[in-house]
Design a protein around this ligand. Structure first.
Ligand code: F6R
Length: 241
């Protein structure tokens, strides 16, 4: 349970390289198991990954017809159709471009009347699907994964979070102003993420150097959420400047 594992560290030359390698891993996963359950992320890091995956899918070698997807997170109080929602991001970058049936796509419901119930339901759906086979992650400058900010319990499951000020500042570029950035989100928990069978982390760019260094030091602490990944036996990290 408290075993510590080595990551597979893959240094990449650039964004294009990282995106291709990661897309190849997901393609291989879908070739091996067409009804895979994929855990997906939003943000700047996976944009190239989705582009490559869509390109590969267009070649007709694999299908999303039997695949299930679960995204890491969604803002609370942002309509799915709003341009800044993660629902919209996923439509734009993946869902509208591949043959993944609507009923197989899942993101947390940040508009639910009962948000706690929505969190429980999300956990249940992941479990009912058989669990996540391959989980894509980005990393925040403060080490967050999903929206699990520093201090989040490693035992957490899908839950409501108050976004860290640093996260709101970084994400302000997607909104008219920082004030418009939601203060809360629903995110898969750390425990939920750790239950994925395989994890692929994208950590490229100057802004991520410090976080990557901290990961390399290997100190496991809830103050640096991504450090939980050292407890997972199958993590690939694509990193570079
Ligand atoms: C996105 C998510 C976040 C991002 C992280 C890095 O669904 O959960 O943890 O992966 O904030 O974001 P980028 O890739 O924009 O640097």
């Amino acid at each position: 349970m408290n075993e510590v594992y080595e990551f597979e560290w893959v240094e990449v030359a650039d964004f294009d390289d990282m995106s291709s390698y990661a897309a190849e891993l997901f393609e291989r996963q879908l070739l091996r198991k067409p009804d895979s359950v994929l855990g997906l992320a939003t943000g700047a890091s996976p944009i190239g990954f989705y582009e490559k995956l869509v390109e590969r899918h267009a070649q007709g070698t694999f299908s999303f017809a039997q695949t299930w997807t679960f995204n890491l997170d969604e803002y609370i109080g942002v309509e799915p159709s709003h341009p800044t929602s993660f629902h919209n991001y996923m439509k734009e970058h993946l869902f509208e471009k591949v043959n993944l049936p609507v009923t197989r796509r899942h993101l947390p419901d940040g508009m639910a009347d009962d948000l706690n119930e929505a969190c429980l339901r999300y956990e249940m759906m992941i479990r009912t699907s058989g669990g996540i086979d391959m989980q894509l992650l980005g990393i925040g400058v403060n080490g967050h994964i999903g929206f699990n900010e520093p201090g989040t319990s490693f035992h957490s499951r899908t839950h409501i979070v108050d976004l860290a000020e640093s996260t709101r500042t970084v994400n302000a570029k997607y909104f008219p102003s920082k004030d418009a950035v939601p203060r809360q989100a629903i995110t898969m928990g750390i425990q939920t993420i750790l239950e994925a069978k395989q994890i692929v982390l994208l950590a490229l760019g100057e802004q991520k150097v410090e976080a990557v260094e901290q990961l390399k030091r290997g100190v496991i602490s809830e103050d640096f959420p991504a450090s939980c990944l050292h407890r997972h036996p199958h993590v690939t990290v694509f990193y570079g400047k």
